[in-house]
Design a protein around this ligand. Structure first.
Ligand SMILES: NC(=O)C1=CN([C@@H]2O[C@H](COP(=O)(O)OP(=O)(O)OC[C@H]3O[C@@H](n4cnc5c(N)ncnc54)[C@H](OP(=O)(O)O)[C@@H]3O)[C@@H](O)[C@H]2O)C=CC1
Ligand SMILES: N[C@@H](CCC(=O)N[C@@H](CSC=O)C(=O)NCC(=O)O)C(=O)O
Ligand SMILES: [Zn+2]
Ligand SMILES: [Zn+2]
Length: 374
């Protein structure tokens, strides 16, 4: 099949710390093993802001950000057999090729097939499908959903129920799946346990949702924004602690509150100090702390090794540990069966030309998630 270049609108990140700029871009047809998607909706995740702010060691400019999308297959490249034009899809920043050693291992979801080119902001053949004003524009996280059309690898996309509203299930492309899966897959939270979650954004509250599903007895939200406390209750937060209102270090406050520490803690901020606090708030002998937050370039975590010697475990989690192409369609079905909250995470909707508002409300702490409708 011959497909032509599509000219459309995109929010382009020209340089770090600058607002996104609404531009007309050209999107080249998919090459072999690629899929071109008409993007209909995209969430705005804190990781988009992190890269836009220049904190990402892999950040490249100009680029088209966005990785929490939903859309329709517009065209497929040679050799793509699992998708056809018109399919409803969610792009996936962690691919699943089914063939690499990571995909073949049940121990991880981190497919390695296209990770190096994805991190370099290009398609697997080393080139970009985007141009703007005569310049090549980098892809982002293999998704680039802040554009009316995008091109992704055939390994980085899954077909979902056509009845599912794409302006909601797009959020299963990152934040909700990540937090929910961290509780279920990475930490494997057990019934009756005690939990503390640092950062009550979409990721943190999705962790809470997973902990509630597992029957956790106490789910303590730890956040410096008091507005997030009320917001957290419908997702399963049972108690709140604001570190700013404490006179002692938060680890001391929490270990006293929980008879020696928590069974599970989760860091959903991306701050190395709260990562340490989350580990040190775990119970001696068995407490497990899972890092989800993405820390800025150059940041390193530290603690006394004694914390680990005495049985606390430090873990990390990308995309909730889900093997993406297998799991996302199932998570969509769980939402369709009303067994998984998604709608409740959407605080605002914006058109593409107001996408900078979505970043503004995120930084003001007013949004769990903003969805941009393209
Ligand atoms: N590992 C993975 O696969 C993924 C990781 N992430 C990462 O997870 C993190 C959370 O993402 P997201 O939920 O979208 O982010 P949000 O910005 O929506 O939520 C973060 C929350 O943490 C609060 N916060 C900030 N600083 C502190 C602090 N020092 N102590 C307590 N609370 C604090 C914020 O308060 P305020 O409202 O005042 O800002 C906000 O409520 C980010 O680092 C993101 O990059 C995201 C998706 C996937
Ligand atoms: N580019 C950063 C790392 C950013 C990062 O850790 N990303 C998460 C997903 S965050 C989603 O909102 C992730 O899945 N990481 C796994 C991966 O392979 O990138 C850096 O270079 O530090
Ligand atoms: Zn994200
Ligand atoms: Zn793979």
């Amino acid at each position: 099949m011959f497909y032509s270049v599509i000219t459309c609108s995109a929010a382009v990140a020209w340089a770090p710390k600058e607002p996104l700029s609404l531009e007309t871009v050209e999107v080249a047809p998919p090459k072999a093993g690629e899929v071109r998607i008409k993007v209909l909706a995209t969430g705005v995740c804190h990781t988009d802001a992190y890269t836009l702010n220049g904190h990402d060691p892999e950040g490249l400019f100009p680029c088209i950000l966005g990785h929490e999308g939903g859309g329709l297959v517009e065209s497929v490249g040679e050799g793509v057999t699992h998708l056809s034009p018109g399919d409803h899809v969610v792009p996936l920043y962690i691919p699943q090729c089914y063939d690499c050693k990571f995909c073949k291992s049940p121990k991880t979801n981190l497919c390695g097939r296209i990770r190096s080119t994805q991190g370099a902001g290009v398609m697997p053949d080393g080139t970009s499908r985007f141009t703007c004003k005569g310049k090549s524009v980098f892809h982002f996280m293999g998704c680039s959903t802040f554009c009316e059309y995008t091109v992704v690898s055939e390994f980085s996309i899954c077909k979902v129920d056509p009845e599912a509203p794409l302006d909601k299930v797009c959020l299963l492309g990152c934040g909700i799946s990540t937090g929910y899966g961290a509780a279920l897959n990475t930490a494997d939270v057990q019934p009756g346990s005690s939990v503390a979650i640092w950062g009550l954004g979409a990721v943190g509250l999705a962790v809470a949702m997973g902990c509630r599903e597992r029957g956790a007895a106490r789910v303590i939200g730890v956040d410096i924004n008091p507005d997030k406390f009320e917001a957290g209750k419908p997702f399963g937060i049972t108690e709140f602690v604001n570190p700013k209102e404490q006179e002692r270090p938060i680890q001391q406050v929490l270990t006293e509150l929980t008879d020696g520490g928590l069974d599970y803690t989760f860091e959903c901020i991306g701050n190395v100090h709260t990562m340490r606090a989350a580990l040190e708030s775990c119970h001696k002998g068995w407490g497990v702390s899972t890092i989800l937050g993405v820390a800025a370039a150059g940041q390193e975590i530290s603690t006394r090794p004694f914390q680990l010697v005495t049985g606390r475990v430090w873990k990390g989690c990308a995309f909730g540990g889900w093997k993406s192409r297998d799991a996302v369609p199932q998570l969509v079905q769980k939402y369709m069966q009303k067994k998984l909250m998604v709608d409740e995470f959407v605080t605002f909707n914006f058109p593409l030309d107001q996408i900078n508002e979505a970043f503004k409300v995120m930084h003001e702490g007013k949004a769990l998630r903003s969805v941009v409708n393209l």
